[in-house]
Design a protein around this ligand. Structure first.
Ligand SMILES: NC(=O)c1ccc[n+]([C@@H]2O[C@H](COP(=O)([O-])OP(=O)(O)OC[C@H]3O[C@@H](n4cnc5c(N)ncnc54)[C@H](O)[C@@H]3O)[C@@H](O)[C@H]2O)c1
Length: 342
């Protein structure tokens, strides 16, 4: 039996989800809710609703994908849980930790699952990188260098909410990197940060530099900007989304340990031979990348979650911990101090 999915929010990301729903033989897109955009529903010939609550009452659906603006995520997901419908909720799970607590409680009490759209966790590159780190080949991880340096075109900022509180590179972009950093290397226990609005002059930051301490003792940096002509970002390096120009030879993460180092997404591993230390050359080997796409794998996982065959790879509580890192970075930047996380 195919699972019947409704989509809330038919913008850029909603269209992407619609494409993957069409490709997946186990899913059927049965309705779309978007008060300001009916074009996708008209193109696809599915019923369209201005209000998602009316849609949930009138259409029989097995699960819902939510891709509306960030500040509507929690309230919309709560409506879906009240209707007993499993949710694939786009990231970030909410705009601040306090509002997300209600969703965490509702998910636990209702038993209706929430899968949060940190899609990079489903990328085959991530699975390989995690296997390499967990195998111990790199030894004890000492440093994790993350880069998200790219240039959004000016038209992106014609959309008002992209310029305002509730957006900004921390919540829109670096939240993905922070999620992968903690997924790959373990929980982050302290954050220091500086942010800047100087390049674009918007209400929200266009550039940020973060210092991170992992619970296992590793130290990390994450520098990000959406206002620089540079090739170092997951989008450009990973070939994940053909909408972005590809620079697959450029790394976006460099992870180094006491026995070896790893570049991502190249999956190049650097280790010493018999003789160790900086007077001797490191040897290089590359892992083959597995087949599959992040959004395709994420949707296949959501189908399993709806059918009760799997628990969400990242649920509301887990995504709240990633969001707490964004909040910690904001506090660290505005108060000029180190923020410790429980
Ligand atoms: N996973 C990813 O890599 C990724 C990439 C881009 C965006 N996103 C996330 O997807 C979400 C949407 O981003 P986007 O770039 O598609 O934005 P967008 O502005 O293109 O689309 C948002 C859509 O939501 C609609 N909308 C507004 N109010 C609504 C409501 N009450 N009910 C239903 N729809 C409503 C808007 O009309 C618009 O069509 C955001 O949360 C964003 O963070 C995730």
């Amino acid at each position: 039996m195919t699972v019947r999915i409704a989509l809330i929010g038919a913008g850029v990301m909603g269209r992407q989800h619609a494409t993957y729903l069409e490709r997946n033989p186990d899913t059927e897109l049965v309705a779309i809710s978007d008060p300001f955009n009916t074009s996708l529903a008209e193109e696809l010939g599915v019923p369209t609703f201005a209000d998602h609550r009316a849609m949930l009452e009138q259409v029989a659906v097995d699960g819902v994908i939510i891709a509306n603006p960030n500040d509507l995520h929690v309230s919309t997901a709560l409506d879906c849980l009240r209707a007993g419908r499993p949710v694939l909720l786009e990231k970030p799970v909410g705009t601040h930790v306090e509002e997300v607590r209600a969703l965490v409680v509702a998910e636990a009490e209702s038993g209706v699952p929430v899968l949060v759209g940190h899609h990079r966790r489903h990328n085959p590159i991530t699975a390989k990188a995690k296997a390499i780190i967990d195998s111990g080949r790199l030894g004890r991880i000492t440093t994790f260098t993350g880069l998200w340096q790219s240039q959004k075109d000016d038209a992106y900022f014609d959309v008002a909410w992209h310029r305002r509180q509730g957006a900004g590179i921390l919540l829109i972009n670096l939240v993905h990197d922070l999620d992968l950093m903690r997924y790959l290397c373990g929980e982050i226990s302290a954050v220091q940060a500086i942010t800047s609005t100087a390049a674009r002059g918007h209400e929200v930051e266009d550039t940020a530099a973060l210092l991170l301490q992992f619970s296992n003792g590793a130290l990390g940096t994450l520098t990000g900007s959406d206002a620089c002509a540079a090739p170092w970002s997951w989008e450009q390096s990973s070939s994940e989304n053909p909408a972005f120009a590809q620079q697959p030879e450029q790394p976006c993460y460099l992870i180094a340990g006491t026995l070896g180092a790893l570049s991502i997404p190249q999956l190049q591993v650097w280790t010493y031979g018999e003789q160790k230390g900086w007077h001797h050359p490191l040897q290089q080997s590359a892992e083959a990348k597995a087949e599959g796409t992040a959004l395709g794998n994420q949707l296949a996982h959501f189908v399993q979650v709806i059918r009760g065959e799997a628990r969400p790879v990242i649920d509301a509580a887990d995504a709240m911990r990633t969001l707490a890192l964004v909040e910690a970075a904001r506090t660290a930047a505005s108060e000029g101090r180190r923020v410790n996380l429980p």
